[in-house]
Design a protein around this ligand. Structure first.
Ligand SMILES: Nc1ncnc2c1ncn2[C@@H]1O[C@H](COP(=O)(O)OP(=O)(O)O)[C@@H](O)[C@H]1O
Ligand SMILES: [Mg+2]
Length: 255
């Protein structure tokens, strides 16, 4: 589904992502882990077209997507959420999710004005669909609530609902459990598993090791921008380089 080949990105003198290669199988949950500053978000920004790589190649469904813009990638079936929530607080919950669907339906403002009635009809359908995605993500009850009135945990789910509304084949989640309590983290894990069983491929950056080990099919470990290891949960757990660089420090937390 996704292949990252010898990917590099440097900012001035800092190699944020340095010669990283891995591939993500269709329908799997693939996690990218690593300490703060390891290059996880930069990697996501490269894959989703926010940054242009300094070197290397990215293939999505066997198509070279290196350097393509985020809107192009969205149309090809790639969607993401952000480490820092990107929700429009002056809109309702449902409107936020409709934004996601509009990305797919949008024919441009002028075309929209020329086909106003069609647009209104489409909006009704779009709204219904948005509510469906909200229900799926467990925030259906917030329908027309102002986003600014929603609790943080619900906003994290709302952002996932909006990403799903673009009907992606791959979903990239940057720290979906950040800031959530234990119960909410468990609920987000279940949602991610539900998304994968509905046929989507999920790539996840996450700090919560227990969650990663619980839900991932495959794990890639980054450290100082380089790939330390990539494999199944069991393989990565036993990798000595991973244990000394990362897992060793969090093994206590896992218990
Ligand atoms: N836009 C940027 N400009 C300069 N340096 C950056 C930028 N984004 C990330 N970095 C640097 O790249 C490294 C990796 O950061 P990041 O990808 O955010 O790590 P992670 O998400 O794993 O915590 C860090 O040293 C960070 O300071
Ligand atoms: Mg990050």
């Amino acid at each position: 589904m996704l292949e990252v080949k010898r990917l590099c990105k440097s900012f001035g003198g800092v190699s944020a992502v340095d010669d990283v290669t891995f591939s993500v199988e269709a329908g799997s949950i693939h996690s990218v882990i690593g300490p703060n500053g390891a290059g996880k978000t930069t990697l996501f920004n490269l894959i989703t077209g926010i940054y242009t790589p300094s070197a290397g190649q990215i293939l999505f469904k066997n198509k070279d997507i290196t350097g393509l813009r985020p809107d192009k990638l969205a149309r090809l079936g790639m969607s993401r959420t952000f480490q820092n929530l990107q929700i429009c607080m002056n809109m309702t919950a449902c409107e936020n999710v409709m934004l996601g669907a509009h990305l797919r339906l949008n024919h441009g403002i002028l075309a929209g004005m020329a086909h106003l009635r069609k647009l209104v009809r489409q909006d009704a359908a779009c709204r219904e669909e948005a509510l469906g995605f909200m229900q799926f993500a467990g925030v259906g009850q917030y329908g027309d609530s102002d986003a600014s009135q929603m609790p943080f945990g619900a906003l994290k789910r709302l952002e996932i609902a909006r990403a799903l509304a673009t009907k992606p084949s791959i979903l990239l989640l940057d720290e979906p459990a950040a800031g959530l309590n234990h119960t909410e983290t468990g609920e987000i894990s279940e949602l991610i598993k539900k998304i994968a069983s509905s046929g989507l491929t999920v790539v996840l950056v996450e700090h919560d090791m227990k969650m990663v080990m619980h839900i991932s099919d495959h794990v890639t470990v980054l450290n100082y921008g380089t790939k330390l290891a990539s494999g199944t949960v069991a393989e990565v757990r036993q990798n000595p380089a991973v244990i000394s660089a990362y897992l060793g420090t969090t093994a206590q937390q896992e218990k």
